[in-house]
Design a protein around this ligand. Structure first.
Ligand SMILES: *Cc1c(COP(=O)(O)O)cnc(C)c1O
Length: 352
């Protein structure tokens, strides 16, 4: 069981009232808005962006609710999930005092935001099969451990964490449990957004950057209890989402069928890639992936990386990451890009 949410929030944050924007201060009907120092003559470009956006992004949340089946009151929208990770640390972790847990090899940004906020990212390495080390996690937790960041499917390893392990942590940890589901749409395991009512300490992070193909738009979503959402709203910049991102996000939500087709397509490309690369002798291991990328172990990953680059192909080296020695993380591309990748690696295979 988790502690009451308010008792987990930093004391200085607990009593802050959210910034009251000009427009949120009036009620009733009005047709002339001279309250926000916007430019009355409009924008110098075709589309008009002269008005401040809705600080709560209600229209986008309604569109997301239709697709995800999560009530608008249980949503928080951030300028990418990157922004949300920072806000979470700032809401719950006292600088120079509190800590949070991460499980490397994983997404680096949790730790970086921790450093920026002077909050310790306490690490418990994943096991060699990239699953949680359930025996050693309790030893890392103390009374100042406020958040546990679980990344599932995990970046850069590609696998989902065992669901029973995540559930065990949700049931036994007293603090906040974040499940980062940036890649969940490519996975066979289902999302934790259906479990929000069961776990008041659960925060599910999703994003439009991966399956939705909108990384440039910067839309991340946190799904959580209303109480948690309340505190995230206190800390966020008042207009953290631009009107352009809000409007295009709404447009995207209407295209869920197209998105689902593309997810299926990318998953089938991923399988094709795995099958094409497995026979190469330079490939030592292809780790099973539930994401839109594959982690591959090579005999000499750095050399393969350079030889791919010579052929104009950039992949992500994870060679220096403990447990990922000699690996490259390769995003699933278009059919043509994948063919070129396979051809390049086949060529490299004959040269090494
Ligand atoms: C890509 C990614 C994100 C998404 O970040 P955005 O800021 O929403 O683009 C979040 N978490 C993980 C693990 C990722 O790999």
């Amino acid at each position: 069981m988790s502690l009451p949410i308010t008792s987990l929030v930093r004391t200085n944050i607990q009593n802050i009232k959210p910034y009251a924007s000009a427009r949120s201060e009036f009620s009733g009907n009005a047709s002339i808005f001279l309250d926000a120092n916007e430019n009355s003559l409009g924008s110098p470009i075709t589309k008009d962006y002269s008005r401040y956006p809705d600080p709560m992004q209600w229209e986008l949340k309604k569109a997301i609710a239709q697709v995800k089946g999560v009530h608008i009151e249980n949503q928080f929208i951030g300028n990418g999930s990157d922004e949300i990770i920072d806000i979470l640390i700032r809401v719950f972790c006292e600088p120079y005092k509190d800590n949070f847990l991460v499980f490397p090899p994983t997404f680096d940004l949790y730790e970086i935001w921790g450093k920026i906020n002077a909050v310790e990212a306490r690490k418990v390495s994943l096991l060699p099969d990239f699953q949680l080390d359930m025996e050693n996690i309790p030893k890392a937790i103390d009374t100042n451990t406020k958040i546990i960041f679980l990344c599932s499917p995990n970046n850069p390893t590609g696998n989902c964490l065992h669901r029973e392990d995540i559930e065990f942590i949700l049931n036994n940890f007293e603090g906040i449990v974040v499940v980062d589901e940036a890649y969940i749409n490519f996975a066979t395991q289902h999302s934790f957004i259906k479990e929000l009512e069961e776990y008041p300490n659960l925060i599910v992070l999703q994003t439009l950057s991966k399956a939705w193909g909108l990384a440039g738009l910067r839309v991340g979503i946190a799904f959580a209890s209303q109480e948690i959402i309340h505190y995230l709203n206190i800390v966020k910049p008042p207009y953290n989402m631009s009107d352009a991102a809000i409007q295009l996000g709404i447009e995207a939500m209407a295209q869920v069928d197209v998105v689902n087709q593309r997810i299926a397509q990318l998953v089938s490309y991923r399988k094709q890639l795995e099958e094409a690369l497995l026979p190469l002798k330079i490939v030592q291991k292809i780790f099973p992936s539930d994401a839109n990328f594959i982690l591959i172990k090579f005999e000499e990953a750095d050399r393969v990386y350079r030889m791919l680059l010579e052929r104009g192909i950039v992949v992500r080296s994870r060679s220096q990451v403990p447990l990922c020695e000699n690996t490259l993380r390769i995003t699933v591309g278009t059919k043509k890009e994948n063919q070129q990748l396979v051809q390049a690696l086949s060529e490299i295979n004959t040269l090494i």
